[in-house]
Design a protein around this ligand. Structure first.
Ligand code: PXL
Length: 266
């Protein structure tokens, strides 16, 4: 019988990011995946591939989580990955469910700004994510931009800056931090920092080009969740997930969009 994992995330129609990336990752990891959909993103080919964004009604989000947890119960479903939530309303219904259902592993990809949302609304959303979801996360995986926002540092340009930001985020929110330097820190390697309050580890893999690939963040967080569902420690989960996403980036898929997408089947 496979282990189970839930993603609470948005749909990205072209299949590169979001819930689609999460579910493909779960499948490749040998974990039975489920989705509670929070919003639908449709890129707009006629307008620079900007994000068209529609939130799912909060009652419908609640109903999906109800169906999923009703079907499997907390003994079997102890791991959830959280991706894009979209609005303060969707955030509050997800926070309520996280509080009530007490998952052991809550892996949060803190997706902050999505193009296509009004800046005012996005600020509300970011604040709600920090206030309501971050304190409930057990692992948080900020990218370069998100690490700056969550730590409050001015900028992150070096490995030392990334370590410092990871420590500040841990101190502030109490979750294990996987801070991703990606292509935004100079050097030959893509560097991520793991910090759980005791262990600090720098994870490295040779950079694959200098351009960020769509779905890499979603895939990393989903792979960490799958690894935790299978019983690995947080550090092993992150090491294995980094290896998985590196392969998925190497075998990335091109399209007419101006970015390439990871391939979890690599
Ligand atoms: O990669 C961040 C992300 C997450 N979730 C959804 C998205 C995106 C980026 O496009 O559309 C649904």
């Amino acid at each position: 019988m496979p282990k189970l994992a839930l993603t609470i995330a948005g749909s990205e129609a072209t299949g590169g990011a979001g819930a689609q990336a999460d579910l493909k990752t779960f499948q490749e990891q040998g974990v039975y995946g489920m989705i509670a959909l929070t919003c639908i993103v449709s890129f707009d080919p006629a307008h620079g591939w900007g994000h068209r964004f529609v939130p799912v009604d909060k009652q419908v989000i609640d109903d999906q989580i109800d169906a999923i947890t009703g079907a499997y119960g907390p003994e079997r479903l102890d791991t959830v990955k959280i991706g894009m939530l979209g609005t303060p309303d969707t955030i509050s219904v997800v926070a309520k469910n996280l509080r009530d259902r007490r998952f052991t592993n809550v892996v949060l990809d803190p997706v902050l700004i999505c193009k296509g949302q009004e800046p005012g609304a996005a600020l509300d959303t970011d604040n709600a994510l920090k206030a309501e979801i971050l304190p409930l996360a057990t692992v948080v995986t900020p990218n370069h931009f998100e690490a700056i926002q969550l730590s409050g540092v001015e900028d992150i340009t070096s490995e030392e800056d990334l370590v410092n930001a990871a420590k500040l985020i841990f101190d502030r929110f109490g979750a294990t931090v996987v801070a991703k330097g990606g292509v935004r820190i100079e050097g030959a390697d893509a560097v991520d920092v793991f910090y759980d309050g005791k262990t600090l580890e720098i994870l490295r893999a040779p950079k694959v080009g200098e351009v960020a690939v769509s779905g890499a963040g979603c895939t990393l967080a989903a792979a960490i969740a799958a690894q935790l569902a299978k019983g690995h420690s947080e550090l092993d989960a992150v090491r294995n997930a980094k290896e998985f996403v590196t392969k998925a980036i190497i075998e990335r898929v091109a399209s007419n969009a101006p970015f390439e997408a990871v391939w979890q089947g690599a």
